[in-house]
Ligand binder design. Structure first.
Ligand SMILES: C[S@@+](CC[C@H](N)C(=O)[O-])C[C@H]1O[C@@H](n2cnc3c(N)ncnc32)[C@H](O)[C@@H]1O
Length: 391
C-alpha cells in the first residue's frame, strides 16, 4: 500500500508520524554520541486505525525503525547503541496485535503491557531506571481524548532526568468542553492541566483563536513547570479537509539542540501538511463533482491556513521579543531565541531577519559580534542592546 492509501482519511496521523519519525531519527543519532542506551516509551501505543499488515503506519513500528537506523550509524564508528522499548496499550484487541508484533522483535529489548497508563507509571519508571546511568529516555504520550494522562499522573514521567517528552494535546476535542457547565468537566480540566484556574481563565477569552492559543500554551507552560523543562514547542496539526486545528504536538526538552531539531522538523512537516491537505481536498472535490482538475492540488488550495497562522505567530513573537529588548536591559541572544522559538511556526531565520532589520536601522546594537558576523549566534556571548525608542 502506498503512503497515501495507508493514511487516506486520516492525514493528520501522517503528519504526526512524520514529526515523530523525523524527530526520532535526529534525536537517536545525536543521543548515541553521548549515551549508551535509548529507552523509548510509548504510553498509548495502539495499533490504532492501522492499515498496514506490517504496522508500518504505527508509532511503535516507526520508532523502532528510526532507533535502529541510529544504531547502524553508531555501529559504523564502533559504538554499540543499546535500544530498549516499552509499549503500553489498554485495549485487549489492539494489545494482542501489539504483542504479536513485539514478540517478533529479536534485536531490541521490547516489553509490552496490557494496561492503562495510570496503572503502569511505577512500571514505566522502573523500566527507565533499569536502563542504567547511561540511558536517555524518550516518552511519547498519544491519547485518543483528554483522559488518562492527567498532569499529576504523568508528572513522574515529565520529571525524568535526563528525558524528553512528546505529547499529543487534542486541542479541538478539549476546546469543546470549555463552556461545559458540568462540575465533573471542570474537575477533568483541572486534572488535565494540573491547575484549577485554567478553565475560568480560558472561558474569559472571547476570541476563538485566542482561546485555542491559550489552551495549548497553558498546557505547555504546565508541562514545562511540572517537568522542570526550560523549553517546550508546539507543532500544529490541522484537520485534513477543514481549516481548523485538530491537535498540537507538545514537545518538551532541556536542551536547545532539541529545540533546534524539533523546529526544523516542524518546518518540514508544515510544508508537507500544506501539500497533503491540498491533495486530500482535491481528491474530495474530484469525488464530489466527478471532474478531474487541471492544476496541481497546491495551486488549487487558496486558503493557506498554515501561512495565516504563521503570520499570526510571527507578529506575536516579534512583539514579545521587542518588549523584552525594550525592557531597559541588555539581553543575551539565547533569551531572544528561546522566546521567539517557543511560538509555533517561528523559525531561527525569522529571529535573524528581525535582528538584521533592527541593527541596520540603528535600533539595535549587538555586543560580542565578530568583525564579519552579520547576525547573532547562539553560545557566542552575543548580547542585544536596544537603542531605539521604547514603545
Ligand atoms: C491515538 S491511539 C495511539 C496511536 C499510536 N500512538 C500511533 O500513533 O500509531 C491511542 C491508543 O491508546 C489506547 N489507550 C487509550 N487510553 C489509554 C490509557 N489510559 N492507557 C493506555 N492506553 C490507552 C487506545 O486503545 C489507543 O490504541
Amino acid at each position: 500500500m502506498s503512503e497515501q492509501e495507508l493514511y487516506e482519511g486520516r492525514e493528520q496521523t501522517l503528519i504526526k508520524h512524520f514529526i515523530l519519525r523525523r524527530y526520532l531519527e535526529r534525536f537517536a543519532h545525536i543521543i548515541g554520541f553521548e549515551w549508551d542506551t535509548i529507552t523509548y516509551v510509548d504510553c498509548f501505543s495502539g495499533p490504532w486505525q492501522s492499515q498496514s499488515q506490517e504496522f508500518t503506519d504505527t508509532s511503535f513500528a516507526i520508532a523502532l525503525e528510526e532507533l535502529r537506523k541510529a544504531r547502524v550509524t553508531h555501529a559504523t564508528r564502533g559504538k554499540a547503541l543499546n535500544l530498549r522499548c516499552l509499549f503500553l496499550e489498554r485495549n485487549p484487541v489492539s494489545y494482542a496485535k501489539l504483542k504479536e508484533f513485539a514478540d517478533k522483535v529479536t534485536d531490541v529489548t521490547v516489553e509490552t503491557r496490557n494496561c492503562e497508563l495510570a496503572a503502569a507509571i511505577d512500571g514505566v519508571i522502573a523500566f527507565v531506571r533499569h536502563g542504567g546511568g547511561s540511558s536517555f529516555p524518550f516518552i511519547f504520550i498519544d491519547p485518543t481524548g483528554w483522559k488518562g494522562f492527567e498532569m499529576a499522573l504523568i508528572a513522574p514521567l515529565l520529571r525524568l532526568r535526563p528525558g524528553e517528552v512528546l505529547i499529543n494535546f487534542m486541542t479541538d476535542f478539549i476546546r469543546r468542553f470549555i463552556d461545559h457547565p458540568n462540575q465533573q468537566t471542570k474537575e477533568q480540566f483541572a486534572s488535565l492541566f494540573g491547575s484549577s484556574s485554567v478553565k475560568d481563565q480560558i472561558q474569559a477569552i472571547s476570541d476563538s483563536q485566542d482561546r485555542e492559543d491559550a489552551l495549548f500554551r497553558k498546557y505547555a507552560e504546565n508541562v514545562k513547570r511540572t517537568g522542570g523543562f526550560p523549553h517546550t514547542c508546539a507543532a500544529i496539526v490541522l484537520y485534513p479537509k477543514i481549516d481548523r486545528r485538530f491537535f498540537h504536538l507538545i514537545y518538551a526538552t532541556r536542551h536547545r539542540k532539541g529545540v533546534e531539531v524539533f523546529k526544523k522538523v516542524e518546518q518540514q512537516a508544515m510544508e508537507m501538511q500544506d501539500e497533503t491537505r491540498a491533495k486530500a481536498k482535491q481528491r474530495k472535490r474530484v469525488r464530489d463533482t466527478s471532474q478531474q482538475e487541471l492544476f496541481p492540488a497546491l495551486e488549487m488550495d487558496e486558503t493557506q491556513p498554515i501561512t495565516l497562522l504563521r503570520r499570526r505567530y510571527l507578529q506575536q513573537a516579534e512583539g514579545e521579543v521587542l518588549a523584552l529588548l525594550q525592557g531597559g536591559k541588555p539581553v543575551p541572544y539565547e533569551a531572544v531565541w528561546d522566546l521567539a522559538l517557543s511560538f509555533p511556526l517561528v523559525w531561527e531565520r525569522d529571529v535573524k531577519d528581525w535582528t538584521r532589520k533592527w541593527r541596520s536601522g540603528g535600533l539595535l546594537k549587538i555586543d560580542g559580534m565578530q568583525p564579519r558576523q552579520r547576525v547573532p549566534k547562539l553560545n557566542e556571548n552575543n548580547i542585544l542592546v536596544w537603542q531605539g525608542p521604547s514603545s
